[in-house]
Design a protein around this ligand. Sequence first.
Ligand SMILES: Cc1ncc(COP(=O)(O)O)c(C=O)c1O
Length: 375
Amino acid sequence: MLPYGRQWIDENDIAEVAEVLTSDWLTTGPWVRDFEHALAERGGARHAVSATSGTAALHMAYAAAGIGPGDEVITTPMTYVATASGAMHCGASVVFADIEEDTGNLDPVAVAAAVSERTRIVAAVDYAGQPADMDRLNAIAHEVGALTVEDGAHSVGSTYRGRPVGSLADLTTFSFFPTKNLTTAEGGAVLTDDDTLALAADEFHRIGVSRDRSTYRHPDEGAWWYEVPAIGLNYRLSDVHAALGLSQLGKLDDFKARRAALFARYQELLADVDGLRLPTVRADVDPTWHLYPVRILGGRRREVFDRLREAGIGVQVNYIPVYWHPVFEDLGYRQGMCPNAEQFYREEISLPMFARLTFAEQDRVIETLRGILAA
Ligand SMILES: Cc1ncc(COP(=O)(O)O)c(C=O)c1O
C-alpha cells in the first residue's frame, strides 16, 4: 500500500541517533538544547520548548497561557482532536468557529462573531501546511485581550507574508510525528517570543518543577532545593529523539522543495479532471505542504476513497469535524454548527504527499484517480 505520508530517514539520521545512545545523555542533555535553539531560529521565535508530541505541545501551550474553568478557546473543527482536547485538559470550554470554504483554515469572520468576554485563546490550525490568516486572527484575539495559538503541526517550514510559522502567533505548536514535515518519531514543540509563556511551558513539561531561585517561596534552603509552584506533567523530549530532529531539521528545505514539486505536479496534472476540486493557495503564503487535500464532488467521496484503497493507494480523510466525535456530542455539541467544515469533510480526500514520493508513484495516483472519476 502506498501510504499517504511517511518519514524519510537516511544514514546521517541514523548516525546522529547512534551517537546519543553511547553518550552520557539520553535525556535532558545537549541535543535537546541544540534542537530547541535550532527550532527557535528556524521559526523566528525567541524560545522553543520541545515536547513528547504535538498533543503534549498543545497542552503545554494552553497550560502556559493559564486557562481554566470558565475560559473559552475558539478553534476550528477541521483539525485533529488534540487542538481542542488540550484546552479541555486545562478545564476550559471549546467554541468551534467555521472554516474558510476554500482553504479549510479558521475563518476570521467566524471568529469575530464567536468572541466573548470569556474568550482567552483563539487557536488556529495551518491546514495542510498553508498558514492561517494570522494577522487578522491576532487582531481579533488581541482586541478582546485573548492570546493566539497557532497549531503548526502541518506547517513546520511554512511562511506567511514572508514570516516563518513560529513567529506569527503568541504561541505556536509543532508535531514531529512520522508523517509530518520532519520527524522525531514522536515529538513536538512550543515556540514563543514571550519569556513568561516560555518559562511556564518549560516548567509545565518538567512536572511543574521550578529551578529559578529568585521566585522561590523558601529561598534559604540548600543547593539541592527546587520548588513546584504549580503541577505539571513529564512531557520532555529525549536526546535520542532530539538528535533525530536536529538532523531532520537540516533537511527541511530539501523536504519542502520536494513537497512543493509534488504539489505543483498534482495541481497541473489534475487541473482538467471533472468532479474534482483542487486546493486553493493564497498569494501571501509559501507552505511546506504536509497534505494534498482534494475535494470529490457529486457525493462520490466514499466510493472514490474505497476504490483508491482497493488500488493500493493509502488515502486519508482530514478531518472528521472534531465536534462530531461522541465525547463532544455528549457535551451537547451538534452537527450543523459549522456548515463549511462539514461540507469540506464530506468531500475531502488526502492523496499521498511525502518528500520521498516519486513522480512515478504520483503518476500512478493521478491515473488511478482519473480512471475512477471517469467511470
Ligand atoms: C493539526 C494537528 N494538531 C495536532 C496533532 C497532534 O500531534 P501528535 O500526533 O504529534 O500528538 C496533529 C497530528 O496528528 C495534527 O495534525
